[in-house]
Design a protein around this ligand. Structure first.
Ligand SMILES: Nc1nc2c(ncn2[C@@H]2O[C@H](COP(=O)(O)OP(=O)(O)O)[C@@H](O)[C@H]2O)c(=O)[nH]1
Ligand SMILES: [Mg+2]
Length: 298
């Protein structure tokens, strides 16, 4: 077996600090959906970066926060347990709104592995004094292996970030094939892209009440497309109405945006049909959570 330098790197932090944006920027393609709404990421998602002499496997995690329903409790466990499974931790904070965040830093104290402080969104900072102040507030709480200011959105200082990680990778196997960028199936990526468009077009409680399941994929030889049928699950009839919108306009928009991005990302022409179904309280029912892709292995 080929040996190179390799390792697993967790990306953790509060919701909305830019973890998924960072993962996608590092991998160079979208593997994890992003949105301005908190709690966008629900799964542990792997992004694989393979260069000539190393393989870095980044683990995007849902934001760490205290959730109430069963789905949120499961999501929290995903983030916390991923800390134990990796070689290096990137603790991402918001360069504008960040402040010590003790409840997360507490998880680092007994880890015995390098934790880097990654200060994101520096494109929005007004001056250098501001960033120094933020750095000080964090480094007084924990002894980080290093501090790396970046802008995930503008892809600034990502090279420096990767260079800081390199000395901490050990000789190891190539865990994944060279051309593999994520552990998500194409089907999962499709349902996540649909959910991303829903997040952009809905407000308040709707984004959190939505699950998306791909019901069928069929090759259509005549038109050289793949016919995809996806089911969108919500919790209440009112949420269904909001999603469908006046004359079905919102659903059309979500469908056409999702279709375009799926075409582009998967290099496959698809024909997308969306259905909306109400399933009361699905976020608290273990059987529904399993059925909608949030089982024990999320
Ligand atoms: N200005 C700015 N915004 C960013 C940056 N990185 C992410 N964002 C925005 O922050 C929001 C949350 O991003 P996301 O990656 O979904 O955060 P996550 O919840 O931590 O995964 C989105 O609206 C992003 O566009 C950055 O470097 N600069
Ligand atoms: Mg995310």
């Amino acid at each position: 077996m080929d040996m190179i330098k390799s390792g697993f790197i967790a990306i953790v932090g509060r919701p909305n600090v830019g973890k998924s944006t960072l993962l996608n920027a590092l991998i160079g393609t979208k593997v994890s959906i992003m949105s301005p709404k908190p709690q966008t990421t629900r799964h542990r998602i792997l992004g694989v970066l393979t260069e000539n002499d190393y393989q870095m496997i980044f683990v995007d995690t849902p934001g760490m926060h205290k959730g109430k329903d069963l789905l949120n409790k499961k999501i929290d466990q995903v983030a916390v347990s991923s800390l134990g499974d990796v070689d290096i931790v990137l603790f991402v904070v918001d360069g504008i709104k960040g402040s010590a965040e003790e409840h997360i830093i507490n998880y680092f104290t007994h880890l015995n592995k390098p934790v880097f402080l990654v200060i994101n969104k520096i494109d929005e900072l007004k001056n250098k004094a501001q960033i120094d102040e933020i750095i000080l507030s964090y480094i007084s709480a924990f002894s980080f292996e290093g501090v790396i200011p970046i802008s995930a959105k503008n892809e600034t200082y990502l090279k420096q970030l990767k260079e800081s990680l390199l000395p901490h990778l050990e000789e190891g196997p190539m865990y994944f094939p060279k051309d593999m960028k994520s552990d998500q199936s194409e089907e999962k990526l499709m349902s996540e892209l649909i959910r991303e468009k829903i997040l952009f077009h809905t407000e308040q409680e709707v984004p959190h009440a939505v699950a998306v399941v791909i019901e069928s994929l069929e090759e259509n030889d005549e038109e050289n497309t793949i016919d995809v049928s996806a089911l969108i699950i919500v919790e209440r009839p009112t949420q269904k109405q909001i999603l469908i919108g006046k004359n079905g306009e919102k659903m059309k928009k979500i469908g056409s945006e999702a279709r375009k991005e799926i075409n582009q990302l998967l290099h496959t022409k698809i024909h997308l049909t969306l259905w909306v179904k109400v399933k009361k309280d699905w976020r608290n029912r273990p059987s529904d959570l399993n059925a909608f892709g949030y089982g024990d292995d999320i």
